[in-house]
Design a protein around this ligand. Structure first.
Ligand code: S3P
Length: 188
């Protein structure tokens, strides 16, 4: 039997990054490979609120959505070890970021503008992309958010490639990170 990759993992893995970076797609497959549960924070928020994210934005506004996002992610981080995909704005919130940085291993899934545009064009369910031209909005978000996402523990470039290739790179990077933590006497 092949050994489970990252058998010594003791923390939840959290994916952060912009809309369209592939957090859900990569997160699901990574969870399968690591034999861990997968949770999508946006889905959990929708379940807790009893309505969709576009409806939360429309009915209650973005501030209320962020409040719910903060609560849901804090709760999920206190649960069992899993792979958690967060919405693109979650890591921008100071309190959520501190929780993620202290309780998990965070991965910034980084993608370039053209990839984000093409991936987000497949669905029309993101309220922040409805307020202007997709390219302009994503360009601005890259400028504003990339320096913050860079605070994540590791960075993985999300590229035009089969997801399994991205997952292989992710597992390798996580292994190095965990080995480094273990070498430094910290809990992986
Ligand atoms: C948002 C990203 C979305 C969702 C909401 C706000 C953001 O999640 O949480 O529409 O602020 O970037 P995805 O990154 O999964 O699309």
């Amino acid at each position: 039997m092949t050994p489970k990759p990252l058998a010594n993992l003791s923390k939840t893995i959290v994916l952060v990054g912009l809309m369209g970076a592939g957090k859900t797609c990569i997160g699901k497959r990574l969870a399968e490979r690591l034999d861990l549960p997968f949770v999508d924070a946006d889905t959990e928020i929708e379940q807790a609120a009893g309505c969709s994210i576009p409806d939360i934005f429309e009915l209650y506004g973005e501030a209320e959505f962020r409040e719910g996002e903060r609560r849901v992610i804090a709760r999920l981080l206190k649960g069992p070890i899993q792979v958690l995909a967060t919405g693109g704005g979650a890591f921008l919130d100071l309190s959520t970021r501190q929780e993620i940085l202290s309780r998990s291993i965070s991965i910034w899934l980084r993608a370039d503008l053209n990839l984000l545009i093409s991936r987000t064009s497949r669905r029309n369910n993101r309220p922040l992309l409805k307020t202007g031209k997709r390219r302009d909005i994503l360009k601005r978000l890259i400028e504003e958010r990339h320096p913050i996402y860079a605070k994540a523990d590791v960075v993985i470039d999300s590229a035009h490639e089969a997801p399994d290739i991205t997952i292989d790179r992710t597992i390798k990077t996580l292994k190095n990170h965990i080995d480094k933590l273990a070498g430094a006497g910290a809990s992986p």
